[in-house]
Design a protein around this ligand. Structure first.
Ligand code: KG4
Ligand code: ZN
Length: 336
């Protein structure tokens, strides 16, 4: 059988992205137009601005993805698109675009869950990685600890009760004046700071050992800043960034370690935008080495939002014959 080539589209937040992926492993092209600069002045993503930029950029981004892959639509076997979770306006742009292309080219349509895409990013650079494995997805909107029992089959063990890990990074970065997007800025500042300078609480959730909670930690950072200001004391932002980052990384690693032991995991895959955090990658790798577990993590470009990961997840739906019909719609709060 010749290779299955999927044209994938991702527009759930502030990246307009398209990719062509062969057989769910080989990236033929991966084009990302990041809108970050547009949203920076507002301190976060403005949904209407994001939607408007997606509609402007989506055709050129798809054209570039086809051109770079050396494919025309006649070489493509299916069109895939993220249909949730995410921002409704941005999702609708991608879904409408994918439908129009699939309809005009007579191709099957595949709706992809954004979080499945993040997990599947791990297949791209690791041909040896196969289910079953455990995955921790840490992104701007989600924190999920998941057992991947087969391709396309996911069992959620734990999730955040409040803020996602990336959201905590973004909010704390804003509070210490580092700006948006907070994750990479805190990552950089933390390299200059002392992670032991301030002891922040490691939020645990009582009734489920695999659930997460980051809003308490975020409040602790804000309280620390307020107290310092009231007492007229200066705060070293690098120390604060490093100490906050350590609190997040420690709790993620502790939960993952407990789960890895409990489920006798052999392979562990980190995923999502926060997986590009240097301290998290290092600590998770060390934890896995200690537990005799093989550790996987995509290159940073496949951790943050991209369409290649959507093309991988779509391939497994394609193999299972799981196609969408023309009623496919955006589902902003799509559950795992
Ligand atoms: O997966 P993603 O691109 O979008 C969502 O699906 O949400 O994740 C974006 C999140 C943002 O919160 C961003 O601050 C965070 O990932 N992030 C990081 C780093 N790079 C991106 N967080 C910590 N350290 C980083 N280096
Ligand atoms: Zn994402």
């Amino acid at each position: 059988m010749s290779e299955v080539k999927i044209l994938a589209i991702e527009s759930s937040c502030d990246e307009t992205a398209a990719a062509v992926v062969a057989d769910g492993r080989r990236v033929l092209s991966n084009i990302i137009y990041s809108q970050i600069d547009l949203h920076t002045i507002y301190g976060g993503v403005v949904p209407e601005i994001a939607s408007r930029k997606h509609i402007e950029k989506i055709n050129p981004v798809i054209e570039a993805a086809l051109e770079e892959s050396g494919c025309t639509l006649s070489d493509i076997d299916a069109v895939a698109v993220t249909y949730g979770p995410g921002l409704v306006g941005p999702l609708l742009v991608g879904v409408a675009e994918a439908k129009a292309i699939a309809f005009a080219a007579g191709l099957p349509l595949i709706g992809v869950h954004h979080i499945h895409g993040h997990i599947c990013a791990n297949y791209l650079e690791n041909p040896e990685l196969k289910p079953p494995f455990m995955s921790l997805v840490v992104s701007g909107g989600h924190t999920h600890l998941v057992n991947v029992s087969d391709y396309g089959t996911y069992e959620v063990l734990g999730r955040t009760r409040d803020d996602a890990a990336g959201e905590a990074f973004d909010k704390v970065a804003r509070a210490i004046g580092l700006g948006y997007p907070g994750g990479p800025k805190i990552d950089a500042a933390a390299k200059r700071g002392d992670p032991e300078a301030i002891e922040f609480p490691k939020a645990k959730v009582g009734d489920s050992e695999y659930d997460f909670s980051f809003s308490g930690l975020k409040s602790a950072v804000l309280n620390y800043l307020n107290h310092a200001e009231m007492k007229g004391e200066s705060v070293n932002p690098d120390d604060l960034a490093a100490s906050f980052q350590k609190a997040v990384v420690d709790v993620l690693c502790e939960h993952a370690q407990t789960a890895v032991r409990e489920y006798k995991v052999k392979d562990f895959a980190l995923a999502g935008g926060v997986a590009s955090n240097s301290a998290l990658r290092k600590s998770m790798k060390e934890m896995c080495e200690k537990e005799n577990v093989r550790f996987y993590c995509p290159s940073p470009v496949f951790c943050t939002d991209n369409a290649a990961m959507i093309g991988v997840a779509a391939y497994h739906e394609y193999i299972r014959g799981n196609f969408a019909n023309w009623s496919l719609n955006a589902i902003p709060n799509l559950k795992m």
